[in-house]
Design a protein around this ligand. Structure first.
Ligand code: A2P
Length: 264
């Protein structure tokens, strides 16, 4: 339903193509546009026939930034993503006024370790969360995983991880308290990039051995999931078997999840 306030139309600042199918773009953030790290917004383009195509996109930038960063897949002939992949600086993008979503810190009970598990473009909300100082105030240790098919698909998350160190907002100990665990399923692993689906690496416990950390423990660990439907389902199952309770904004819990938005 249309809200009474009109949507924003904001200029593109930059676009980066990471692979043939993955790109990110930044928009100038309207001063009145506020969001919580991990949320998404509807955005899109005017198609020229008086129509707009809008899809859900997670903000991949921190809340303090003047630019809004988004991470997208380019679906061949997808009505929006194939058009968005061709935008250029100063083109206009339509942005709804209100953001929403469940992958926010307030939907989790207090805890010691925060696990952020993602596949594909599901990394986007975590790109925001790991650059927020509040995340490091709330948790002693943060572990972010990203599973993709091939090594080049990890380029965006690798960039965000290094950007985090140059933001100047996190202390040395904050920076050291995060572990990044990238994995690929259809490529050769390296020393830093492991082989396999994160679900399997959890079940075999290789994930915990690689990082030299304790297994998941519902009393003090909190978890966010963002990936494909089957990934979310399988991870949820793993967590529920370990006694984790799903949370929401109204009833904070031990884990929250959101499907990565990739349609169209
Ligand atoms: P796989 O290559 O074994 O399918 P996609 O590109 O299809 O969105 O997938 C992104 C990554 O997520 C791929 O590495 C894929 O592994 C992995 N993946 C897909 N489904 C699941 C699942 N149910 N559990 C864990 N990882 C998954």
């Amino acid at each position: 339903m249309q809200t009474s306030e009109p949507n924003y139309e904001v200029p593109v600042l930059a676009i980066t193509h990471w692979t043939k199918e993955l790109f990110s773009f930044s928009l100038r953030r309207p001063k009145s546009f506020r969001f919580s790290a991990g949320e998404f917004v509807m955005l899109g383009l005017n198609t020229g026939e008086g129509h707009q195509i809008l899809r859900a996109y997670s903000m991949a930038s921190p809340t303090w930034s003047d630019a809004l960063l988004f991470y997208s897949i380019n679906i061949k002939n997808g009505p929006l993503t194939s058009r968005l992949s061709k935008i250029k600086p100063s083109d206009g993008v339509i942005l709804k006024r209100k953001s929403t979503g469940t992958l926010i810190l307030d939907a989790l009970r207090p805890g010691k370790r925060l696990f952020l598990f993602s596949t594909g473009t599901g990394f986007a909300p975590f790109a925001s969360i790991i650059r927020e100082p509040e995340t490091y105030q709330k948790f002693d240790k943060i572990i972010v995983t990203h599973t993709c098919r091939e090594i080049p698909d990890l380029a965006f998350s690798q960039m965000v991880l290094s950007q985090r160190e140059h933001d100047g907002l996190l202390s040395k100990s904050d920076i050291a308290s995060l572990e990044y665990y990238p994995t690929v399923t259809r490529d050769k692993p390296t020393n830093d990039i492991k082989l396999g689906r994160i679900t399997d690496l959890i079940l075999t416990e290789k994930f915990f051995k690689d990082l030299n950390i304790e297994n998941l423990f519902s009393a003090s660990d909190r978890v966010m999931l963002c990936g494909s439907q089957s990934f979310n389902r399988q991870m949820k199952d793993i967590l529920i078997k370990r006694g984790f309770l799903e949370g929401s904004i109204n009833a904070p819990g031990d884990f929250v999840l959101e499907k990565a938005f990739v349609g169209g």
